[in-house]
Ligand binder design. Structure first.
Ligand SMILES: [Zn+2]
Length: 486
């Protein structure tokens, strides 16, 4: 007796043989896929606790979003300056200021739930989040609260903290009610908290995966010495190795070479580097040589100023995943959108409309990030023995009909987040007919409003400068004055 049996769906497996069943079935037992195949191979005596008829709809693996920032759902659209955070813009400063000084456990809890709900409703079943913009690594409790919120929704949550940007020491605030206490955070304490988080939080819940996630492992000569950067990176590697954790971080052109020259052990197939714009030819080769995986966010701002040479990395033999970098200031967790932007961006650059074919794009949002996170034995494709993380797309809609011919093309080119009708994680139906079953969606929304209001109150008059914007009807919006320069 199976727990769940889904019949009649068009099934895209994303397995190594790229099986697609025009009319297939999938059977789930104890949270894992017990059988999958064409409908005619389903035994007549097969029985299940629950049978779902997905006639005419499309069933596929749950999507894996390899990069996002916990906190961003409550700061999105704010700090709208026109430059990227790398060239004098203050969005990054605002985000760090808010996350280090104006948040409490409830903020991280409510944002965790909101972000996970957004991801789940877009068909993402596994999501990676770095806590903060550059991570806030002074308290394990913040991360714990974030996990608690996220897990309510049914998402498989992969989150972490790690080294953050200087200057040192840092002075984060801890809020209790309406008052806060400032404390001092040293680099040694940052390492200690990162280690404690992985040790105490990883695996605490079957869907809770705590990883090492430093803000960057590059070298910023304006904020630190070279020796300090190397020490920090070695510590991050030590923790990752000791606890068998993948390492996930931002790393850009110049930084890849720096890490290769100073701590090459950090670059391996369970290291994921986002967004890696501005790579040199040598750095492109380093991706292929070391197996480190490039987590490319096609809709991130980093990508606007400097190009990420995705196809050069692929042609050199490297691996690339597509990530959302959700959600602030201007992106969502709708990874379907990123699939399409990815295609257009790289097709336009190479003047080749057949570049980035749909199957490859789907793998970049499923099995490739799963592998980089060390989770590919369990998730990333629909195969017997794997965890039953899967989604059903409602294809009975004008923009997807008639469905059946070239299903992989139809979903990658035409589907979007809101077309995901059913989400199953660990064999459990977490969303059905777009209604979340494990949690109260209204409550998640009202908690998010409450957390936002509290943040706003704490920010006081500062808040106004964060929501100012220029002439948004002009050809180009003016750059808003940097409140941190005053
Ligand atoms: Zn990021």
């Amino acid at each position: 007796m199976y727990d769940l049996l889904i019949k009649n769906a068009v099934i895209i497996t994303a397995d190594p043989s790229h099986h697609i069943y025009d009319k297939g079935y999938i059977a789930v037992k104890d949270g894992r896929i017990a059988a999958i195949g064409p409908l005619e191979e389903l035994s007549e005596s097969a029985q299940a606790e629950r049978v779902l008829d997905a006639g005419g709809k499309c069933l596929m693996p749950g999507l894996v979003d390899g990069h996002g920032h916990a906190g961003h759902c409550l700061t999105k659209t704010m700090g709208e300056s026109n430059d990227t955070q790398f060239e004098g813009a203050w969005w990054g400063k605002m985000a760090e200021d808010i996350y280090f000084h104006y948040t409490d456990d409830f903020f991280w809890y409510a944002e965790g739930a909101l972000a996970a709900a957004e991801r789940l409703k877009f068909g993402i079943t596994t999501g990676v989040s770095m806590l903060g913009s550059t991570p806030r690594p002074d308290r394990v409790e913040n991360l714990e609260a974030h996990f608690e919120g996220a897990l309510k929704t049914g998402l498989r949550q992969v989150s972490g903290i790690g080294s953050c940007d200087g200057p040192w020491p840092k002075h984060p605030w801890v809020w209790e009610g309406d008052s806060h206490k400032e404390h001092t955070l040293t680099p040694e304490q940052m390492v200690e908290t990162t280690e404690r988080a992985v040790k105490e939080l990883n695996g605490k819940h079957p869907r809770q995966i705590c990883i090492v996630a430093p803000g960057s492992i590059g070298y910023n000569p304006l904020a630190e010495t070279k020796d300090f950067a190397v020490w920090k990176n070695k510590e991050m590697y030590r923790i990752a190795k000791e606890y068998g954790s993948p390492l996930h971080t931002h790393l850009y052109g110049g930084g890849v070479q720096f890490v290769y020259d100073t701590t090459p052990e950090l670059l391996n197939p369970t290291t994921s580097l986002t967004h890696s714009t501005g790579l040199s030819q040598r750095e492109i080769e380093i991706f292929a040589e070391t197996g480190a995986v490039l987590f490319h966010g096609p809709t991130t701002r980093a990508n606007i100023k400097k190009r990420c040479p995705v196809y050069e990395v692929l042609r050199a033999g490297g691996n690339v995943a597509i990530v959302t970098d959700g959600t602030a200031p201007d992106r969502s967790y709708d990874i379907w959108r990123d699939m399409k932007v990815f295609q257009v961006l790289h097709r336009a650059h190479d003047n080749d409309p057949l570049l980035a074919p749909v199957g490859m794009v789907l793998e970049m949002c499923t099995i490739i990030p799963a592998r980089a996170l060390g989770l590919d034995r369990d998730i990333g494709s629909l195969e017997v023995g794997k965890k039953a993380d899967m989604i059903i797309i409602n294809t009975r809609q004008p923009h997807l009909a008639p469905f059946g011919i070239m299903p992989l093309h139809r979903v990658v080119y035409h589907a979007q987040g809101q077309d995901v009708e059913t989400v199953i994680v660990d064999g459990q139906v977490m969303m059905e007919n777009r209604k979340m079953l494990l949690c109260d969606e209204e409550r998640i929304l009202s908690d998010a409003e409450k957390a936002f209001d509290r943040m706003r109150q704490r920010l006081g008059s500062k808040f106004e400068s964060f929501v100012k914007y220029g002439d948004v009807y002009a050809i180009r919006n003016q750059t808003m004055p940097d409140p941190y320069k005053a």
